[in-house]
Design a protein around this ligand. Sequence first.
Ligand SMILES: O=C[C@H](O)COP(=O)(O)O
Length: 264
Amino acid sequence: MTTRTPLMAGNWKMNLDHHQATHTVQKLAWTLKDARHDFAAVEVCVLPPFTDLRSVQTLVDADKLELVYGAQDVSAHASGAYTGEISPLFLAKLGVTYVAVGHSERREYHNESDELINAKVKSALGAGIIPILCVGEVLDVRKAGEHVPHTLAQLDGALAGLTAEQVKTIVVAYEPVWAIGTGETATPEDAQELAAAIRTRIGELYDAETADAVRVLYGGSVKSSNVASIMAKPDVDGALVGGASLDPEEFAAIARYKSHAVGL
Ligand SMILES: O=C[C@H](O)COP(=O)(O)O
């Protein structure tokens, strides 16, 4: 069985300019260092706006921080006449490790389809960047009891045409849309239900080894007060954190969920 390194990814969304980004990353790194955080045991990542990435890269390189960073979106194209788009090659040059693809806010406000998300996943992988593929249902779908097939259909669409070797490297984030930024957290059992369903589906599409390798995150109002119970679930391998990641001390406490679990 694969050992999956937990990943705590902070999605800043459209918050914090490049000055604020520098301050926030420094504070996060110092807080984790003071707490002797083991980065090999729990990977910590920030996903700032595009305009912050160069500043974050400079800081991480200069201070040899173990934090990794990523982007919140990527173009499906490598270059060309695509005004406003950001190439995966440019992100790779900036040392980006991860990129969020198919976040529910992109699906809702920018009408991103499963086909486009599939193309973005391939585009990121082609540049050596790990996609954090976001899937999850809106409230009406949950109320209708269709959340599992709905989420798995998004997964199928996003993975179309990928090889098992590619899929093994990706991260899937299950984010019930009704729990994003609302203070409503899915129960740990809800998170486990979908994380397990996602893993099972990957096993059906590929094989058991691939299913075992993929990290599945939960996202939706994760805080230091609820992260330990969510992380206690066997198929949940981390969290995609929005609002709480803007506060470096709170995000550091989320990354150190193991110490809350034992009351340290
Ligand atoms: O990408 C992060 C998610 O949308 C969760 O956001 P939230 O933690 O503010 O609910």
